[in-house]
Design a protein around this ligand. Structure first.
Ligand SMILES: NC(=O)c1ccc[n+]([C@@H]2O[C@H](COP(=O)([O-])OP(=O)(O)OC[C@H]3O[C@@H](n4cnc5c(N)ncnc54)[C@H](OP(=O)(O)O)[C@@H]3O)[C@@H](O)[C@H]2O)c1
Length: 265
């Protein structure tokens, strides 16, 4: 299935639904008149109407005309939405971004005549830097199609569905974890004499730089750390103090605690 000429309906034009809409518009992957977005209260969506996108509260009509339905409502809203659109669900590709709704449950909801894919992006969608983890019950072609949609919004990886909760913690909650590290180093910078905007600028760019050193996948973090830790120097002294205070341990335990929590919800 090629994306051009396919009609996409996004049900749930909230934070995520609109970020995906904006990314798709920017990408030129599909024409505006091939995109419909839905929510119950339509105020604030004029800019999308002006661009030629169909905006509606009628999920059933919007689902009926779609080849691809992207579900971006809150998990507790899923059953009501499915109830509304179930008569239209034949031969559709259905993408769910809903936290915690497993592929087999989704497949049961929508029936066997439809193909289902889960996508777990993060809020860096807004700047086309999302890490989107994808699990799929769909054909190879349709899985690649979903990857191509999220590839315009950042990086993608296809994983087993049983790893999706872990992916949610690392990728979606991970935004909060990394931002707290940026915040903490900014506060440290202020204590060392910078004003807050300067300290944040240095923290953000250093964080981006560190991540970029690993982005082609061939480097190990520790080999890059070795390059900046002179024997008896200031970097290794600071780093070891952070480890004495539990830096790596706190991060690992935080991830594991989030993972336990997500499995209880
Ligand atoms: N935000 C993230 O970083 C993130 C990351 C990964 C996954 N997710 C998942 O993505 C989903 C959406 O998250 P979000 O942050 O975008 O939530 P959100 O901002 O609350 O958006 C949900 C939207 O769904 C609409 N809605 C509710 N009932 C509807 C219905 N019956 N028909 C059509 N639209 C309906 C709501 O608008 P009305 O009330 O006007 O209908 C709202 O705009 C969630 O399941 C979340 O778990 C979010």
């Amino acid at each position: 299935m090629e994306l051009k000429n396919k009609h996409i309906t996004i049900i749930g034009a909230g934070n995520l639904g609109l970020a995906i809409t904006k990314g798709l518009l920017k990408s030129g992957l599909l024409q505006e008149n091939k995109l419909t977005i839905t929510k119950r209260k339509l105020d604030g969506l004029d800019q999308f109407v002006e661009k030629g996108i169909r905006v509606t509260s009628n999920n059933k009509e919007a689902a009926a005309q779609a080849d691809i339905i992207l579900l971006a409502v809150q998990p507790q809203q899923l059953s009501a939405v499915i109830e509304e659109i179930k008569d239209t669900l034949t031969n559709k590709l259905i993408i769910s971004t809903l936290t915690g709704v497993k592929l087999h449950a989704l497949q049961e909801y929508v029936g066997d005549t439809n193909q289902v894919v889960r996508a777990m992006p993060n809020t860096a969608l807004a700047v086309q830097q999302s890490m989107t983890c994808i699990s799929s019950n769909a054909s190879k072609n349709n899985t690649q199609l979903v990857e191509s949609i999220f590839a315009v919004l950042g990086k993608t990886i296809v994983i087993e569905d049983e790893l999706m909760q872990a992916a949610t913690v690392m990728g979606a909650s991970g935004i909060a974890f990394w931002l707290r590290l940026v915040r903490a180093t900014t506060q440290g910078g202020v204590q060392l004499g910078f004003d807050a905007p300067e300290a944040q600028k240095i923290a953000v760019q250093t964080c981006l730089g560190a991540a970029s050193l690993l982005q082609n996948g061939s480097n190990h973090p520790e080999s890059e750390i070795d390059k900046v830790t002179t024997p008896k120097g200031c970097t290794i002294s600071g780093l070891n103090e952070m480890e004495h205070q539990g830096l790596s341990s706190a991060l690992i335990q935080g991830l594991v605690t989030s993972f336990k929590k997500i499995n209880e919800i």
